[in-house]
Design a protein around this ligand. Structure first.
Ligand SMILES: [Zn+2]
Length: 290
């Protein structure tokens, strides 16, 4: 059926259809119960931080990096508008990793300062807290789009093969797989199993209003813009500079101008984090009713 036209529906609306549709939306999770974002703590620590490492991510490629617990990490736009696909793991246990779906449910379809990047079940704890976002002014545009998407998965060679019948080897999924394989000295197939749904850094996306299809549009990011997060635990990260460039036209090919992305690691001064501690793993003990 044409997704924009419900007149093709095979079932006629029931007599009380209007009433059923008029049910009020309810926010699924009581987000006021989440651990509060302690702006003062993070902002105070940022004032004292000094850069201790940096990694340049080449266009259409990925690189890995380590962010020790209690450090800050910045992903910086350099040279030109570029989207990045970010994976995060517990540096000492790759089975704990970023959970974009629950992050989306707990915060929103796009994340910014004060939002947490949560880990998968059964851990479900903040891996990172976003502490600065130079694109926070963008908000939601007239198309309903926002920045730093946790809706999309990552461009990958399988979907590309399905749609175009072509093999392209520099999709974010492959870039992240190569970067992790290199960092962990793993065979590609083992590394690939650890690659997961990403935070689409700087990506501008939404759902079309008429058909609710996922769309992208040119990212408003410009050189000098950055998103910064605080590592709540020891993190291994991998970042791909997406072959889609600013994701304003295509992806999964070499047709779009692409630019590097810079990853910077900052250490706050001793004592600047007061009595901050890494969050514990989730309190549920996995009984599942037995
Ligand atoms: Zn990509």
């Amino acid at each position: 059926m044409n997704r924009s036209d419900i007149s093709n529906a095979q079932n006629t609306p029931p007599t009380d259809a209007q009433q059923r549709r008029a049910a009020k939306p309810v926010i699924c999770y009581d987000v006021d119960c989440l651990p509060a974002y302690d702006a003062q703590l993070y902002q105070q620590a940022r004032q004292t931080m000094e850069k201790v490492a940096e990694v340049m991510v080449a266009p259409r490629d990925a690189a890995s990096f380590h962010v020790p617990a209690g450090h800050f990490c910045r992903i910086v736009s350099v040279e030109g508008p570029q989207v990045g696909d970010l994976n995060l793991w517990n540096a000492t246990d790759l089975s704990e990793r970023f959970y974009s779906g629950k992050t989306r449910q707990l915060h929103a379809s796009h994340v910014t300062t004060g939002d947490r990047l949560w880990s998968n079940l059964p851990n479900l704890r903040p891996l990172a807290t976003i502490t600065h976002d130079t694109l926070d002014w963008y908000g939601w545009d007239a198309d309903g789009a926002g920045i730093h998407d946790v809706i999309g998965t990552r461009c990958d060679p399988y979907t590309n093969n399905l749609l175009k019948g072509l093999d392209y080897h520099h999709c974010c999924h492959s870039n992240l797989t190569r970067a992790l394989a290199k960092h962990q000295a793993l065979p590609l197939s083992e590394a690939e199993a650890h690659v997961h749904d990403v935070l689409n850094v700087f990506m501008c996306t939404g759902f079309t209003r008429d058909t609710h299809q996922y769309f992208m549009k040119a990212s408003p990011v410009r050189p000098g813009d950055f998103i910064e997060f605080f590592a709540e635990i020891d993190l291994l990260g991998a970042l791909s500079a997406c072959p889609g460039g600013d994701c304003g036209s295509s992806h999964s090919d070499d047709s779009t101008p692409c630019y590097p992305l810079l990853v910077e690691i900052y250490q706050p001064a001793e004592g600047a984090l007061c009595d901050w501690q890494s969050p514990p793993t989730n309190g549920y003990r996995g009984q599942h009713g037995l």
